[in-house]
Design a protein around this ligand. Structure first.
Ligand code: SF4
Length: 353
C-alpha cells in the first residue's frame, strides 16, 4: 500500500503555535506554485498508484475557488480508496466544499482545535467556534460522510471544564473521527515566545485520561496515541505512516519515503517553483534503522506490533526493562504500549531507536 501527500503552503494567518511550513497572506506566486505542483505530480513514478491521498498544509481550503478549480483536474488520474483534505473553518464555503466532493475527496479533516473563545484566541486561530460548527454542518449538507475534527488540549489557561465543553461540542456534531493532540511548544513559535504559564504535566495527563474515557464511552475506538475513530473510520493514510508504508510527498517541505529512500522537498515556495523541486534532504535508510523506525511508528497504534526475530534480539533487554517499569505489554514477540505509557510514549520510543 502507498500514499500521496500534497502540501499546500498557504494560510490566511499564522497560528501562534504553528511550526509547519506555510505562508500567511498576502501570498505571492500562487499560480506559479500550482504550475510547479502540476509538474511534480506529472513526474511521479509511473508505477506509483496511491491508495490514499492526503492534502494538508498550510491550509488547502485557503486559495480561492478559481484556483482550486484549476488544481482539481491534476488529481483526476488517481483512484484512491481514501482521499482526505484538511479544511480550516475560516476558509470554507458551500462552493469550495462541493468542489472538493466533486473532485473525489471522501474524507474531510476540519481543524477546529477548540470551541472555546479564550483557547482559540491563545492559539491565534482565524475562526470562531460557531464557524467551526457551521463548517461541519455545511460539509454534511454537501454529502461528506467521513469527517474528522482536529482538537488541541493543554492550552494555557484551559481548565478541565473547558476541555469537557470542547468534547461535548465535538460529540454533539457526531464526527466519524477525532484527532486530539497535546499542545506542543515549538521552538520559535510566537506562543512559545510569549511564555504564558503552562499547564502542569499532571493536569495534562488528567486531561488525556478524561479525553480517552469520554471518547471511548461515546463509541470511539482509541486506535493511535492521539486518534479516535468510529469503527471502520480509522485514517488509512496515517495508518500507512504508522505501519512503515511507502509514500510520496509533493509540494514545498513535503517528505517522501519511496523505494527505501527518504527525502524532503525544499521548504521555500520560490525555490520550489524555480528548481522544480529541489530536494534539501535525502537519505537511504539502513535496514536495521528502517526496522527500528517502523517498530516505533507501529507502537503508536494501540494494537501494538509483532516484532521480527531479527529485531527482537538486540532489543530484548530494552523491551524487558520497559515491561518491568509497566510501560510495555509483551506477549510472545508481540509488543504494545501499556495504558500508563500512552502519555509518555516519546520517552519509551527514545529507548528503542
Ligand atoms: S492553519 Fe495550520 S498550517 Fe496554517 S498557521 Fe494555522 S496551524 Fe499552521
Amino acid at each position: 500500500m502507498s500514499g500521496l501527500y500534497i502540501h499546500i503552503p498557504f494560510c490566511v494567518r499564522k497560528c501562534s503555535y504553528c511550526a509547519f511550513y506555510s505562508l500567511p497572506m498576502p501570498w505571492k506566486n500562487v499560480p506559479e506554485f500550482f504550475q510547479g505542483l502540476g509538474k511534480e505530480l506529472n513526474n511521479l513514478p509511473p508505477d506509483f498508484f496511491p491508495e490514499t491521498i492526503f492534502i494538508g498544509g498550510g491550509t488547502p481550503s485557503a486559495p480561492d475557488i478559481q484556483t482550486l478549480e484549476t488544481f482539481s483536474p491534476m488529481l483526476k488520474r488517481f483512484k484512491p480508496v481514501e482521499f482526505s483534505v484538511e479544511a480550516n473553518p475560516g476558509t470554507v464555503d458551500a462552493a469550495k466544499l462541493a468542489l472538493l466532493k466533486w473532485s473525489g475527496v471522501n474524507r474531510l479533516s476540519i481543524g477546529v482545535q477548540s470551541f472555546d473563545f479564550q483557547c482559540l484566541e491563545t492559539l491565534g486561530r482565524i475562526h470562531s467556534a460557531e464557524q467551526a460548527e457551521a463548517a461541519f454542518r455545511l460539509a454534511r449538507a454537501v454529502g461528506f460522510e467521513n469527517i474528522s475534527l482536529d482538537l488541541i488540549f493543554g492550552v494555557p489557561g484551559q481548565t478541565m471544564e473547558m476541555l469537557e465543553s470542547d468534547i461535548d461540542r465535538a460529540l454533539a456534531l457526531s464526527p466519524e473521527h477525532i484527532a486530539i493532540y497535546n499542545l506542543m511548544y515549538e521552538e520559535g513559535a510566537p506562543l512559545t515566545k510569549r511564555n504564558l504559564p503552562r499547564l502542569d504535566e499532571e493536569m495534562e495527563r488528567d486531561m488525556y485520561d478524561r479525553i480517552r474515557s469520554r471518547l471511548q464511552a461515546a463509541g470511539f475506538l482509541h486506535y493511535e496515541i492521539s486518534n479516535f475513530a468510529k469503527p471502520g473510520f480509522e485514517c488509512r493514510h496515517n495508518l500507512l505512516y504508522w505501519s512503515g508504508g511507502e509514500y510520496i510527498g509533493v509540494g514545498p517541505a513535503a517528505h517522501s519515503h519511496w523505494n527505501g529512500v527518504r527525502w524532503a522537498n525544499v521548504s521555500d515556495v520560490n525555490d520550489y517553483c524555480s528548481s522544480g523541486p529541489r530536494r534539501e534532504f535525502e537519505e537511504m535508510l539502513e535496514s536495521d534503522a528502517k526496522e527500528r523506525e517502523t517498530l516505533v511508528m507501529g507502537l503508536r497504534q494501540l494494537a501494538g506490533v509483532e516484532v521480527s526475530s531479527r529485531l527482537w534480539k538486540p532489543l530484548e533487554e530494552s523491551f524487558r526493562s520497559l515491561e518491568k517499569e509497566g510501560l510495555l505489554v509483551i506477549t510472545g514477540r508481540h509488543v504494545r504500549l501499556s495504558e500508563k505509557a500512552l502519555f509518555v510514549s516519546d520517552a519509551v520510543f527514545a529507548e528503542l531507536v
